[in-house]
Design a protein around this ligand. Sequence first.
Ligand code: NDP
Length: 336
Amino acid sequence: MATSPTTVTITGAGGQIGYALLFRIAAGDMLGPDRPVRLRLLEIPQGLRSAEGAALELQDCAFPLLEDVEVTDDPRTAFEGCSVGLLVGARPRGPGMERADLLAANAGIFGPQGEAIGEAAASDVRVVVVGNPANTNALLASARAGAVPADRFTALTRLDHNRAVAQLIEALDVRADEIEGVAIWGNHSATQFPDVSHATARGVPVVDALAERLGGRDAAIDWLDESFVPRVAKRGAEIIEVRGSSSVASAANAAIEHVRDEQAGTGPRWTSAAVVSRGEYGVPEGLVCSFPVTSGGSGYRVVEGLDLDDRSRARFEASVAELVAERDAVRALGVL
Ligand code: NDP
């Protein structure tokens, strides 16, 4: 077992997703069975009691890998020595709240957290933003993180990716590990583009496999356009309608898989993550945009050189336009 523990900081740790994350991280699901962890739980003052309660329960689990838990409302303390940051706490959209208000409220959260990461985190820090609007919150935090390289900041689209895979499992009656090449492009929002044009199921192009089941290529394209894409993009609303509250365990699971694959490597299989654009596929440099990605164990890299047909490109560009508008709105606030 490695001797020195890895410091993992979770913001909004007293919330629902936080509660679903903490025990799995402490059990070793995220960093593996040979890496002890030290947990730092950041909350706003009104969330501290909930986080403290979770810390008591963590203690009662007596996890062999869990070295220490600290609960704080001070970002500087929370990010001291942090190697893995999961930024979950965010300001939800309230009734009548305009997008600019939402972006401004979140700038007040993610800007100071970025600064604290720049001042206090470990030199190997990597951060994933879960709290929405996740892509733009990641952009903001990275812009304020001083000398920390911007590409250490990513945002979560793994849940969208997993939801897309889950739809294909159901439609094609295959297992998850038999599906490859799914991609989520763009923003983690309703404009995202879940793309199966490079995907295969048991080695057969997904579009061909769907055509075989649904009675032709046109029927397959109709299903993708009218059922698959909107269902993936609006799955969060579907869960709220059925469950009575938003998705929690699946969001936490996706965050754990995002970090695990970034750190342990994906091998040749793709996943999806929102990463800082270096201009890939014409996306403006610096935007935090979802792409198909792989990791060799030291950060995600965009899978380059994929052909996108005109329809796919138009969908992707619409989502990128939304990211540009969010970035410009944050710039107009003077916080970027
Ligand atoms: P959740 O734990 O359910 O959600 C937290 C964030 O994750 C929300 O912004 C939510 O966005 C986002 N999210 C991203 N993907 C998903 C998904 N698939 N399903 C659901 N949510 C998703 O919220 P809670 O209200 O239970 O907890 C939030 C906690 O954060 C509270 O304890 C609060 O006190 C704390 N907080 C901490 C801050 C800090 O540390 N500085 C700042 C603000 C809040 P969306 O709203 O779009 O659903």
